[in-house]
Write a protein that binds this ligand. Structure first.
Ligand SMILES: Nc1nc2c(ncn2[C@@H]2O[C@H](COP(=O)(O)OP(=O)(O)O)[C@@H](O)[C@H]2O)c(=O)[nH]1
Ligand SMILES: [Mg+2]
Length: 255
């Protein structure tokens, strides 16, 4: 009972803050960085995060790294907030970060250096225009990914196309990991995903719940060190499962 009460008080408080920031036009943004053994990449990434007045805090969500990720993060950015995720997977890390975030909005950026902090103002600009969710896309206009192998690019294309057909949507890059979203609206979506299928579930639920969504072009570069944690066996399957489950749930609702 106490937990329920606390949660509802927290929601009303957050809703109030949301209204205040909409009126004043000033948004507080939490930058969430999920990291699993990214010690070699963090200096490159963290040193390039500029002082942007809206960025209230930078949160590193650690997935149990054993390569000194936390020590490196604290050395490069002494005021960074560190939290440990309570489960496994990047999706779980993102949800843990969202729960801990104090901002009205939170933005997710990978720790591996493949996503450019210089693009953050582009996302914030769209939030200032009034969007609830701004998602990066690698396949809009002239931008492309230099981090995707050919097979991954093909998998992304197929997934996005199948999702758009089944969901009757028009997304250009379903699985890209950089986005910024209103924190309360994100929590209300009750995302189930725990791995790399989070973005797919997020996009369709946001659309169905009437969130205003903008896409901005993103230029993905190769990760600096180490290897991707994404696997076709687990994540390819989870992403496809998410696309079909979300289609089926909508189909059942209508029939
Ligand atoms: N905390 C946490 N971070 C993760 C986990 N899996 C991946 N990440 C981080 O999520 C980001 C994207 O993962 P990455 O392996 O580069 O996937 P890719 O970009 O799809 O190839 C990186 O910063 C990873 O360190 C996890 O299980 N827990
Ligand atoms: Mg990566």
């Amino acid at each position: 009972m106490r937990n329920i009460l606390n949660q509802s008080v927290l929601y009303s408080y957050n809703a109030l803050c949301d209204k205040c920031s909409k009126v004043s036009g000033v948004y507080r943004i939490s930058l969430i960085i999920p990291a699993l053994n990214e010690a070699a990449n963090l200096p490159y990434l963290l040193s390039r995060i500029q002082n942007i007045k809206e960025i209230e805090e930078v949160i590193l969500v650690d997935g149990g790294s054993n390569d000194g990720t936390i020590d490196v993060a604290l050395r490069v950015m002494p005021n960074i907030k560190i939290i440990q995720q309570n489960g496994r997977g990047k999706g779980n890390a993102t949800k843990c970060g969202a729960n801990a975030a104090v901002g009205d909005y939170f933005m997710v950026l990978d720790a591996d250096g493949s996503q450019r902090p210089e693009e953050i103002p582009l996302y914030i600009g769209k939030i200032r225009e009034g969007y609830d969710l701004v998602k990066g896309t690698r396949y809009l206009r002239k931008w492309k990914s230099e981090d995707d192998s050919l097979d991954r690019a093909i998998m992304n294309k197929i997934t996005t196309t199948v999702a758009n057909i089944l969901w009757r949507t028009n997304f250009s890059d379903l699985c890209y990991g950089v986005f910024i979203i209103n924190k309360i609206k994100f929590l209300e979506l009750n995302i189930r995903a725990n791995y790399f299928e989070l973005e797919a579930e997020l996009m369709i639920k946001a659309k169905r719940n009437g969130l205003s969504i903008a896409e901005v072009p993103a230029h993905e570069i190769p990760r600096k060190h180490g290897k991707s944690n994404l696997t076709y066996r687990r994540d390819g399957w989870l992403i496809f499962k998410t696309v079909f489950i979300e289609w089926f749930m909508q189909y059942k609702k209508k029939h």
